[in-house]
Design a binder for this molecule. Structure first.
Ligand code: GUN
Ligand code: ZN
Length: 434
């Protein structure tokens, strides 16, 4: 197969801009040599083109090329309930979420929505996501089949939930264990797919089911575990009433062996100092879901507090409580939450977070999240002049940081000129690559 040389203004991170003055590499006339879905080389174009005269060149200048965005917390069966009016989390789950997820018992519905879900992700420049399925194994089969057909690096699992929800979405402790294990046998490690053990949250799991989830986590220690933690006050009160022996919310998951560097806690807003210290001690990840947290009025994530304590964080859409599929919109809302907290999220730190930062949170930075040679060629091409308002604003900017901030503040899927998955352009667009 012919090599491809993708040309543009390249930006990739090798360290967190908040930890290091030397955090990124920017190449004004940069090239990525793509061979068999991987980045074979990165460099200045004149030299790279001279060394690879047979490579097919695709020129995206003057656009920026970054690693594809990563969304580490999203619900695949909630694609159709974004923008559903609700007072707060528990109402929203009961009124919209559980009924919508019940429909994923049907394989045809699941297959149609899986394709739509992945197309929406890539249209917004997201090339990898860690997704909750519904409780039905067929939802994960649909998601993984569609991801495999597209060559996408996708993580996901069937939610385990055996109480406090309608019958149509409930499993049992035993069936959730057995169904998860069968899905692991079928999918884990196949191509670019990763199975995630997925107890929904403590409210919808009996102790027996969390024990089953813990048994899976012990049996498959290399697999991620994803769940929800301390999203809102009413949720926390109900949770603690269901697990009266637990010291706090995090302690419930701790007792069942569900913490560790492969564990991803969605939201993680209203935490006690003990919980934060325990997350840091165990390496458990906190995933910020800004548009969701503002939409449901859940609370303001304490990014700096968690970071200072040594907790690794990620940033995600949390579709369908999240209100945008775009990681640009998500960074914008994350920035505003930092503002309300009196914290500073710089543009470089924001774009690091949505790429290498999320890859680190998922433990996948050796494969995705950077433009390093040897990693998978998942890319997003960003156009800071995509709309009339952006183009006018762009006339007045001079630095890379200003351009990134413009993209995050005014950008959405219109600013995504192209998305590459394993070296292949996947965004349907009538623009020519200029
Ligand atoms: N907590 C448990 N399930 C969910 C969910 O689907 N969305 C959100 N935002 N929080 C949850
Ligand atoms: Zn969620």
């Amino acid at each position: 197969m012919t090599d491809t040389l993708i040309r543009g203004r390249l930006l990739t991170f090798h360290a967190d801009p908040e930890d290091s003055a030397d955090s990124h590499r920017y190449i004004e006339d940069g090239g990525l040599l793509i061979r068999e879905g991987r980045i074979a080389a990165i460099g200045e174009v004149p030299a790279l083109a001279r060394a690879n005269p047979d490579a097919l060149q695709i020129d995206h200048r003057p656009h920026l090329i970054l690693p594809g965005f990563i969304d580490p917390h999203i619900h695949f069966p909630q694609t159709q309930i974004v923008a559903s009016y609700a007072a707060e989390l528990l109402d929203w789950l009961n009124d919209y979420t559980f009924p919508a997820e019940a429909a994923f018992a049907g394989p045809a519905h699941a297959a149609r929505l899986a394709g739509a879900f992945l197309d929406l992700l890539t249209a917004h420049g997201t090339t990898t996501a860690c997704a909750f399925g519904s409780s039905h194994p067929a939802s994960v089969d649909a998601l993984f089949s569609a991801a495999e057909a597209r060559g996408m690096a996708m993580l996901g699992g069937k939610v385990m939930m055996d109480r406090n929800a309608p019958a149509g979405v409930l499993d049992t402790a035993q069936s959730s264990h057995d169904d998860s294990r069968a899905l692991i046998d079928r999918w884990a490690g196949r191509g670019r797919l990763t199975y995630a053990i997925t107890p929904r949250f403590a409210i919808t799991s009996t102790p027996a089911q969390l024990e089953a989830a813990g048994a899976l986590a012990a049996a498959y220690p290399h697999l991620p575990v994803q769940t929800h933690l301390s999203e809102n006050r009413a949720e926390i009160d109900l949770t603690l009433s269901l697990y009266p022996q637990a010291r706090d919310y995090l302690d419930i998951y701790d007792r069942y062996g569900l913490l560790g560097p492969r564990s991803l806690m969605g939201h993680a807003i209203h935490l006690t100092p003990r919980e934060i210290a325990r997350m840091a001690e165990t390496g458990t990840r906190a995933i910020h879901c800004p548009t969701s947290n503002l939409f449901l009025g859940s609370g303001l994530f304490d990014r700096d507090g968690l970071r200072a304590a040594g907790v690794v964080t990620g940033i995600a859409t949390d579709i369908g409580a999240g209100t945008s599929w775009s990681m640009l919109r998500t960074l914008d809302e994350g920035y505003k939450i930092s503002q309300l907290r009196g914290q500073r999220l710089t543009p470089l730190a924001a774009f690091h977070w949505a790429t290498r930062g999320n890859a680190l949170a998922l433990g996948m930075a050796d494969r995705i999240g950077t433009l390093d040679a040897g990693t998978d060629a998942d890319l997003v091409v960003l156009d800071a002049r995509a709309t009339p308002a952006m183009a006018l604003r762009a006339e007045t900017i001079g630095t890379l940081a200003e351009e990134l901030f413009l993209l995050q503040t005014l950008g959405d899927d219109r600013a995504v000129a192209q998305t590459y998955v394993a070296g292949r352009p996947v965004k349907k667009t009538d623009r020519r690559a200029e």
